[in-house]
Design a protein around this ligand. Structure first.
Ligand code: AMP
Length: 286
């Protein structure tokens, strides 16, 4: 596996492979790789000739007071893991390579960024849309792979790719969880053992809602209340948001109809965790 640090070298590598007719798969990450990331990489390996993963802790998607400085970084561990998942190239640019002095261009996706994480993290999706556009332009992938863990992010990127006539197919990979249900996240390393245990409340509350739906509950208000009550019972947890919107349009609903995204952001101690589940109104029988 090759590690590339400059945009010029990355473009030269892509040009050479495109000339050979190779298909390119892209997996953007911020590093501190875990099974969630590696699943995306393996998925890319299965369907593309050349797999490029990027490791870039993108400063523009962090707000003031967020964890940009302390975000876990481990390039040598990440290199081993990415190579074992079949990655051909790890693109690992410096911040000054991606945002040189005088940098002034940002991408804003309206509407779907104005809810969920867009409210609690102002500017976050502008940073995400901007860096993903830059990576799509530099790497020109046939397919780019993103996790359902960040379901709103996938919707923002799909909207942007469509609106800006970009060519990459955007593939969403299901959430990878620990054996006890906690969604894998680079931020899980911030949790002390007591918090790690408390963090199970996210998945537990999603499962409660799923169970209620399969028992026939259709009221969005009651489903959200059920989830909030479960989280409120966990002493170390405080709710940032618990929301349910139609999926994939993120329109508000009163009754469960078709697919609905149940999305949570919860602070466990100082660590903000997100999780979600796509719930479905079971099709009418016969
Ligand atoms: P990050 O490094 O956190 O920016 O994540 C990079 C990519 O990995 C994003 O597309 C995430 O949605 C995806 N990802 C992170 N955690 C998981 C997970 N537990 N399961 C599936 N995909 C994930």
């Amino acid at each position: 596996m090759r590690v590339i640090e400059t945009i010029a070298d990355m473009k030269a590598f892509i040009k050479m492979n495109k000339e050979k007719g190779k298909s390119i798969g892209l997996v953007p990450t911020m590093g501190a790789l875990h099974e969630g990331h590696l699943t995306l990489m393996r998925r890319a390996r299965e369907s593309c000739d050349v797999v490029v993963a990027t490791i870039f802790v993108n400063p523009t998607q962090f707000g003031p007071g967020e964890d940009f400085q302390s975000y876990p970084r481990d390039l040598s561990g990440d290199s081993e893991k990415a190579a074992s998942a079949g990655v051909d190239v790890l693109f690992h640019p410096l911040a000054a390579e991606m945002y040189p002095p005088g940098y002034a261009t940002f991408i804003n996706v309206r509407g779907i960024t104005e809810k969920l994480c867009g409210i609690s993290r102002p500017g976050h999706f502008q940073g995400v849309a901007t860096i993903v556009t830059k990576l799509l332009n530099i790497i020109q992938p046939d397919r780019a792979f993103f996790g359902q863990k960040d379901a709103q992010q996938v919707l923002v990127i799909r909207r942007m790719v469509q609106d800006l006539n970009l060519d990459a197919a955007i593939e969403m990979v299901p959430i990878v969880r620990e054996s006890d249900g906690l969604a894998q996240s680079s931020r899980n390393v911030y949790l002390c053992p007591e918090e790690r245990n408390a963090a199970l409340v996210l998945f537990r509350s999603l499962k409660k809602a799923e169970q209620a739906v399969s028992n026939g509950e259709r009221s969005i208000g009651r489903l959200k209340d059920l989830v909030k009550k479960e989280i409120a019972a966990e002493r170390l947890a405080s709710i940032d948001y618990v929301e349910m919107y139609g999926y994939p349009d993120l329109q508000p609903l009163e009754e469960l109809r078709g697919q609905v995204l149940l999305a949570l952001a919860v602070r466990i101690g100082k660590t903000r965790l997100i999780d979600n589940m796509i719930l479905e109104d079971s099709p009418a029988c016969c």
